[in-house]
Design a protein around this ligand. Structure first.
Ligand SMILES: *[C@@H]1O[C@H](CO)[C@@H](O)[C@H](O)[C@H]1NC(C)=O
Ligand SMILES: *[C@@H]1O[C@H](CO)[C@@H](O)[C@H](O)[C@H]1NC(C)=O
Ligand SMILES: *[C@@H]1O[C@H](CO)[C@@H](O)[C@H](O)[C@H]1NC(C)=O
Ligand SMILES: *[C@@H]1O[C@H](CO)[C@@H](O)[C@H](O)[C@H]1NC(C)=O
Length: 473
């Protein structure tokens, strides 16, 4: 070999080595610099969802710079830009919408700087995602969301448990079914776990003792069965616990009383029985307590010191097979806006006057019981409540036929007028009329005004349906 040939040969080898080495870190030459492989992975990923006619390099040559893509955010690491947030599907009017037949391209899992990945209104035709390679996103991904994807079916992939940096996992209103993977227990950094509105079955895994940072746990609207996991009581930071609309049974775990920061406890429409856990009254922070539609079947609602739960705003104890009197302690809950006691077997009289003094009360349902005696609410109260007051289907309850100066007054539907002696009736009517018109400026009035002002505080109800939302009066 001549000298020239040797040099040429070495030069070629050298060129080849450079080419091989730089092919993985080749950088885009205009705009925000990023690895070409990162940019190509982004284009392929989106094309898989949007359809082949979408040409990223044509439309968005500089996706982290001057031609941003709706739903894509980037961040800089060591002078290069990487995709950190990706939302696929129709969020805004100008979002890229997902095609009817889409593919999850393997390039998605090469975007390993992703912190947040969301699929919203995207999967419409049936698809399972069990085999995808979540592990490669494990070290960085903090938020994973599947919202409103009726096409997503099958089980949640076991590999989801490798996403140990996740702080938020939202799997809301999709078609997922089957049992939850036990690997979910791995995700103990979670602050928010929402699996609501799917078709999940089986027991809720009893592994929440490690979830010390969890603030929101929402497993509502699935078909979970079995008993409530006792480790629920160990999620010390929990603010909202929603297990409503499942087929859960057994008692509320004792540990629930240890959730000192809990504001919402919603277990409505399950098969929870065995009476109230006395521990519920220990949760002083509770604002929303919804236990309706569980066959508690208990005699003594008085067993709970309701007056201790002074932060309650929404209390729904309907359809629980409750017996006994309406507990007097309920009339001490000054912040109460919604009180549901309907469709039980409650007896005794209605503490009308005491309930009427609750300044925030905007909905009161006592229908479908066996309450007795006279309703003694004022016309003003009925005007305020409108259809949010129901007392019908209490065969032994009656209502005075009141005289009202206002055309807005509608007597409570389905409650028969009391039979009364003339003189007595006039007396009672007069009393009620007084109650409705406490003179302005009297001390009673200003107290009531001050209390009513409390009700005007901004009222944002997270996690409960509109039925419970009572506008401030
Ligand atoms: C996008 O367009 C460019 C040029 O306009 C073309 O070279 C490229 O092949 C197209 N890519 C795809 C995936 O269609
Ligand atoms: C749980 O996390 C550990 C690392 O913290 C990981 O090694 C393991 O594979 C994970 N388990 C599952 C089922 O993903
Ligand atoms: C409960 O809330 C308070 C006030 O927001 C907070 O300081 C405290 O750390 C919380 N407790 C737990 C166990 O998270
Ligand atoms: C309702 O209570 C009355 C007594 O006040 C009782 O005679 C009647 O049997 C009860 N009805 C039902 C359905 O429990």
């Amino acid at each position: 070999m001549s000298w020239l040939h040797s040099v040429l040969f070495l030069f070629l080898v050298f060129r080849w080595c450079i080419a091989v080495e730089s092919s993985s870190t080749e950088v885009t030459d205009d705009g925000a610099p990023m690895e070409i492989s990162e940019r190509e992975a982004l284009y392929s990923t989106i094309q898989g969802f949007v359809g082949d006619s979408w040409n990223g390099s044509d439309l968005y040559p500089d996706p982290c710079g001057w031609t941003p893509i709706q739903g894509v955010s980037c961040d800089i690491y060591d002078d290069l830009w990487y995709v950190t947030e990706l939302t696929l599907g129709l969020v805004h009017e100008n979002s890229l919408s997902c095609a009817a037949s889409l593919v999850i391209k393997p390039q998605l899992f090469k975007l390993n700087h992703l912190k947040s990945l969301s699929f919203v209104n995207c999967f419409k035709s049936s698809l399972t995602i069990s085999k995808e390679d979540w592990i490669s996103l494990g070290s960085n991904l903090e938020s994973l969301e599947f919202r409103s994807n009726p096409g997503l079916i099958g089980e949640l992939p076991e590999t989801i448990g490798s996403l140990t940096s996740l702080k938020s996992l939202v799997v809301l209103e999709n078609g997922f079914d089957g049992k939850l993977p036990t690997s979910l227990c791995n995700l103990s950094s979670l602050k928010r776990l929402v699996l609501a509105g799917n078709l999940f079955t089986g027991k809720i895994p009893d592994c929440f003792n490690g979830f010390k940072d969890l603030l929101i746990l929402d497993l509502s609207r699935n078909s979970f069965s079995g008993t409530l996991p006792s480790s629920i009581g160990e999620m010390v930071s929990l603010l909202k616990l929603d297990l409503s609309n499942n087929q859960l049974e057994g008692k509320l775990p004792q540990g629930v009383g240890c959730l000192k920061n809990l504001t919402l406890l919603d277990v409505r429409n399950n098969r929870i029985s065995g009476g109230f856990s006395q521990n519920v009254e220990k949760i002083r922070s509770l604002t929303d307590l919804v236990l309706s539609g569980n066959p508690m079947d208990i005699d003594d609602m008085m067993g709970i010191k309701w007056e201790n739960m002074g932060n309650l705003v929404v209390l729904d104890l309907s359809k629980m097979g409750l017996r006994g009197d309406i507990p007097y302690g309920l009339t001490k809950l000054k912040r109460l806006r919604f009180l549901g006691l309907n469709d039980n077997e409650l007896t005794g009289t209605v503490p009308s006057k005491e309930l009427e003094t609750l300044p925030c009360l905007g909905a009161l349902y006592i229908h479908g019981n066996n309450l007795t005696g006279e309703l003694r609410f004022s016309t003003k109260f009925y005007e305020k409540m409108g259809t949010r007051f129901k007392a019908s289907k209490n065969p032994n309850l009656c209502q005075y036929d009141m005289v009202s100066g206002s055309s807005n007054y509608v007597p409570p539907l389905g409650v028969k007028p009391c039979k009364m002696k003339k003189a007595e009736g006039d007396l009672v009517t007069a009393n009620l009329w007084d109650l409705a018109r406490v003179p302005v400026g009297s001390s009673g009035r200003s107290e009531a005004d001050a209390a009513a002002r409390q009700c005007l505080s901004p009222f944002i109800l997270v996690g409960l349906p509109a039925y419970y939302v009572i506008a401030s009066s």
